[in-house]
Ligand binder design. Structure first.
Ligand code: ADP
Ligand code: MG
Length: 253
């Protein structure tokens, strides 16, 4: 049974999509069967694995809002062993359309159940909000990865996220775990980064991944080529650290 992991933080620009794409690709590179699920209307994870959004006719929207069969919506990607469920801008309406539907928080969970045995890992890229799309992701997941940018106000907004996680654990998904907090975009030249690492470790203790993602220009260039960094530049620091993270995630179960 595939382990379902959502990458979530309602703050934008903290490295959710970069981590979803590159963790998925590295798990696949290590021989795991992986499904990447894009639940952000921006669709950046979709294009990040080489899917042309202009050619997508059915996407995660159809699964969530119209109860469409999940199987024909799954696509192959630029990476061997990595499949994806794309998102397009049509998903932007889903947040509102879902409000009046039955069992609106469990739609993703129900659909993923059908194909979960086919994968080792299912990675969900969440949008920058705590609305119904994110709730669907949290309800469907076994575990969460919370990326935190090594910047001022790193911890800002996390208490709101954690109280949402507690509500989901209480009412929708008792088994939901925080697999780990992932420190991202560390600029090793500044003391600030070190301070943030200490602050986050004090707060989350052993829940912080040992792998810390540095700023790496290859990670920001790769998406414009529709490639995860392990294919775009396998020798780069970006590829190395996401491979380390993938191994850490595998060790966690
Ligand atoms: P989110 O999905 O949380 O909004 P993204 O993953 O899209 O965040 O990252 C925001 C921006 O920062 C993107 O332009 C991305 O290419 C860039 N970025 C993310 N992680 C890194 C990194 N480790 N090094 C350099 N650029 C990064
Ligand atoms: Mg994103």
């Amino acid at each position: 049974m595939g382990r379902i992991i959502a990458i979530t933080n309602q703050k934008g620009g903290v490295g959710k999509t970069t981590s979803s794409v590159n963790l998925s690709a590295c798990l696949a590179y290590l021989g795991k069967k992986v499904l990447l699920v894009d639940v952000d209307p921006q669709g950046n994870a979709t294009s990040g694995v080489g899917i042309d959004k202009g050619e997508v006719d059915q996407c995660i929207y159809d699964i969530l809002v119209d109860n469409a069969d999940i199987r024909p919506i799954i696509r192959e990607t630029a990476v061997e062993n990595l499949h994806a469920i794309p998102a397009t801008i049509s998903l932007a309406g889903a947040e509102i359309e879902l409000v009046s539907t039955v069992s609106r928080e469990v739609r993703l969970k129900k659909s993923l159940k059908e194909i979960q045995p086919n994968y080792d890992y299912i990675i969900i890229d969440c949008p920058p909000s705590l609305g119904l799309l994110t709730l669907n992701a949290l309800t469907a997941s076994d575990a969460l990865i919370i990326p935190v940018q090594c910047e001022y106000y790193a911890l800002e907004g996390l208490s709101q996220l954690l109280s949402t996680v507690r509500l989901v654990q209480k009412h929708l998904n008792h088994g939901l775990l925080i697999d780990g907090v992932l420190l991202t975009m560390l600029d090793a030249r500044t003391n600030l980064g070190i301070q943030v690492i200490e602050e986050v470790k004090k707060y989350f203790q052993d829940k912080v991944y040992r792998t810390i993602i540095p700023r790496n220009v290859r990670l920001s260039e790769a998406p414009s080529h529709g490639l995860p960094v392990v294919l775009y530049d396998p020798k780069s620091r970006g590829a190395e650290v996401y491979l380390e993270l993938a191994k850490e995630v595998i060790r966690n179960g």
